[in-house]
Design a protein around this ligand. Structure first.
Ligand code: ZN
Length: 241
């Protein structure tokens, strides 16, 4: 790997296109890649052979931007990547720390309409923070969605832990309680210890909250709707024997 290749080599990759109306597993071509911090340039660092190495010094960590084009729909995807290099020369390895999609801006996660608005809005805000790479804020946000959910379920204890225990005592299913408690721990770390969770951990938490919301609001609402339509069928059958 030459120094120039590290940043400039144009590549292809397989990925799911982030445009909702494409959203297909596709091949993407990288059409642009450059370092944007700590300086703006198109290569990782200097040393283009004997004649005329450029007056640039190496960075062991940097941020780069990449523009990819979907081969199916032909639209562009803009990403910002934080990179770290370990080792030098032939031992050099580049590690990708984070990769954010800036364009098209990713839609936030949303809960189904059967879930009360206060829970849905806290959840959506947390997801927007997650999309923006604000991991601590997202952790705090998902925790507050859980807090709203507990209040809506009638829990009144002053701590979130206490509220979740109240719901457990009311006979909420054990898997819901476990899901809520895991979210509480992440939120706690974010609020009190400033711990930022990884993208995968935040995605897990978001899914746990969604799972609890489905069990508590969506499934009961579906059962109510089905019972209601059974009742209407029976009434109609009685009126027209
Ligand atoms: Zn596409």
């Amino acid at each position: 790997m030459t120094e120039q290749e590290k940043l400039v080599s144009l590549q292809q990759r397989r990925a799911v296109c982030p445009y909702p109306d494409c959203a297909t597993g596709t091949v993407m071509d990288m059409v642009d890649q450059r370092m944007i911090a700590p300086e703006s340039r198109e290569y990782a660092f200097g040393g283009f052979g004997d004649e005329g190495s450029l007056p640039v010094h190496p960075h062991s960590s940097w941020t780069q931007q990449e523009c990819w084009v979907c081969q199916l729909c032909g639209r562009s995807v803009l990403e910002v990547i934080e990179c770290k290099q370990t080792g030098w020369g032939k031992d050099a390895r580049i590690e990708e720390l984070t990769r954010l999609v800036l364009w098209p801006s990713p839609p936030p996660r949303v809960l189904p309409p059967d879930v009360p608005e206060r829970i849905r809005s806290a959840y959506e805000e947390a997801s927007r923070a997650e999309n923006a790479g604000a991991a601590r804020l997202a952790g705090v946000g998902y925790r507050s969605a859980v807090e709203e959910l507990c209040k809506d379920q009638g829990a009144t204890h002053h701590t979130l832990h206490g509220k979740i225990q109240e719901l457990a005592a009311k006979g909420l299913p054990a898997d819901v309680i476990t899901a809520l408690d895991e979210t509480r721990v992440v939120g706690n770390d974010s609020v009190h210890h400033g711990v930022a969770y990884s993208a995968e951990e935040l995605a897990d938490i978001a899914e746990l909250v969604a799972e609890a919301a489905v069990l508590l609001y969506v499934q009961p609402a579906q059962r109510r709707r089905m019972a209601e339509s059974r009742r209407r069928r029976h009434e109609a059958a009685q009126q027209n024997p």
